[in-house]
Design a protein around this ligand. Structure first.
Ligand code: HEM
Length: 509
């Protein structure tokens, strides 16, 4: 009897504590007419979340938009989440210079990115963002294009083995290794040769960390660190081990590069980076790392730990995103023969018939139709399907208020598929981006690189890389519509559980 009384008292206490902590947010949602699935006391929608994972969350979010409108809320225990595809919300949130804190899901990036540019805020973020602008200067990009060209040439060689015109090839397998080679050399100035040695420990560790952490976002039993280490001790150990491998590698590269720079300073051969230097883009070791090693913030150089978090951020941001974009573009092209023919004609016109001539930045910029194809691909398959922010105080948007302490996810994937802005939204039509009318379209309707102060700093790099890789593949191979169709799956990056498949047939030289 005593036990029962204690249990009832404990439950009553728990219920009132839960009521109190959610009270204000519940009231704000009600007042703003932001509804969502029925939420239970304490658990919120936790039980429903048990059945959600990377493979079905897109369908669930789409269905919820249909039922609850352009903005809906959800509760996971005490966490409040808002999903929106309303452009008014996009504009208010991304246009804000103060709302820069990321949504709760970004906490899964912190163990390996620490406080790098993507997740940092305030003075630190602002100062670092200024430093990075140098890394994407026009002259420096020219050097990156050489790296892209070299590694895309390796990729077309690797594809020879599977290019028999009959085999369905998951392009992500090939593209992601090529993109990793590109970003490692661009970020750190070293070659890991992931394409010829996919078992290189750093390459395997990066892939494993990204997979484990993306999976955890949706699995209730793994969502909280304290629960994850208890429910999945083996996976938890693997995660820590892989993060150590990544950090040890980055630390070693930074130490070695710093020593080389210091040696050069000592013997007088050191030439600091200057964007006015006509040779800047052609320097053999012009990696992001060099820019970070030379940078000072408030008169102080960056420490090894500062540099590591930024290099790791670039490795994460620069690999999977571009791979997803390139693979989905190749997939879409394979399913649209007329589009493929038009790109090929443009490639021959701009780049000529000699496939061994390296591409340059200005040549890639001339590929206007290919650019439209990439834009249309990222409309239907945005590599980053949603971006998140976290409100530290109430946010008024028109008649609606988003409560404080709430994660808000702007679901680009669905915003890009709104018929209001993109007539016949599910059709793949690169021409949408050709004519002047498309430029007048509401800015916030199309945001593959996000917008506002925390938009993608690597977007010019990404566009050049996607063009370099896609153009190389199409100059060597005709793409065929083989293999199963993609099934969009949302984690940090858009993927497809059944692969991103095409067939390849060698073109005559
Ligand atoms: C198709 C390729 C890419 C896409 C679609 C993409 C998309 C995005 C998006 C949507 C964001 C904003 C995220 C947010 O607001 O939460 C972002 C941020 C960022 N991206 Fe990219 N990205 C791509 C490639 C790259 C590349 C190649 C690099 C580096 C070389 C890069 C570096 C970054 C960094 C450092 C940030 C954080 C910026 C900040 O917070 O100030 N991205 N990217």
């Amino acid at each position: 009897m005593l036990l029962l009384t204690l249990a009832i008292a404990a439950l009553a206490l728990l219920l009132s504590w839960d009521f109190m902590r959610k009270r204000q947010r519940v009231a704000t949602f009600k007042r703003s007419k932001i509804s969502g699935p029925l939420s239970l006391p304490i658990l919120g929608n936790g039980l429903q979340a048990l059945s959600l994972g990377a493979d079905n969350i897109i369908d669930w979010v789409g269905e919820s938009f249909r039922i609850y409108g352009k903005t809906f809320r959800m509760w996971i225990l005490g966490e409040s989440l808002v999903y929106t595809k309303d452009l008014k919300h996009f504009e208010a949130i991304l246009g804000s210079t103060t709302l820069l804190e990321k949504g709760q899901l970004y906490k899964y990036l912190r163990p390996f990115l620490n406080d790098g540019l993507l997740v940092s805020v305030g003075k630190k973020w602002h100062a670092r963002r200024k430093v990075f602008t140098t890394a994407f200067h026009f002259n420096v990009l020219e050097h990156y294009v050489c790296i892209m060209d070299r590694h895309s040439a390796v990729m077309v060689q690797q594809l020879r083995e599977v290019a028999d015109g009959e085999t369905a090839v998951d392009m992500l397998r090939f593209v992601s290794l090529a993109a990793l080679d590109v970003i490692t050399e661009a970020a750190m100035g070293v070659q890991v040769n992931a394409q010829s040695d996919p078992k290189f420990p750093y390459v395997q560790a990066l892939k494993s960390v990204v997979n484990i952490q993306s999976d955890r976002m949706f699995k209730f039993s793994q969502r909280f660190d304290w629960l994850f280490s208890r429910t999945c001790p083996v996976l938890h150990c693997k995660l820590l081990g892989d993060i150590r491998i990544m950090h040890d590698f980055t630390d070693k590269v930074i130490r070695e590069r710093r020593a080389t720079v210091e040696q050069a300073r000592a013997d007088g051969s050191y030439r600091p980076l200057s964007l006015g230097d006509p040779e800047v883009g052609r320097k053999a070791q012009m990696a992001l790392l060099d820019i970070l090693l030379q940078a000072t913030i408030d008169g102080h150089p960056l420490s090894d730990a500062d540099i590591r978090e930024e290099v790791d951020t670039f490795m994460f941001e620069g690999d999977d995103t571009t791979s997803s974009g390139v693979s989905h573009a190749l997939y879409s092209i394979s399913r649209h023969p007329q589009v493929q023919e038009r790109i090929h004609t443009e490639l021959v016109q701009v780049l000529g018939n000699d496939r061994s001539t390296p591409v340059t930045q200005s040549k890639l910029q001339e590929l206007k139709y290919l650019e439209c194809v990439i834009k249309e691909t990222m409309r239907l398959y945005p590599p980053v399907p949603a971006v998140g922010r976290y409100t530290t105080k109430e946010l008024q948007i028109g008649a609606q208020t988003i409560p404080a302490n709430t994660s808000i996810y702007l679901v680009l994937y669905f915003a890009h598929r709104e018929a209001e802005y993109f007539p016949d939204p599910l059709a793949f039509k690169p021409e949408r981006f050709l004519n002047a009318v498309s430029e007048d379209r509401e800015t916030f309707a199309y945001l593959p690189f996000s917008a506002g102060p925390k938009n993608c700093i690597g977007q010019k790099f990404a566009m050049l890389e996607m063009k370099a890789l896609i153009s190389k593949v199409l100059r060597y191979y005709e793409l065929l519509p083989l293999g199963s169709d993609v099934k969009p799956m949302m984690n940090f990056i858009l993927r497809s559980p059944c692969g991103i498949n095409v067939g390849l047939k060698p073109r005559k030289p």
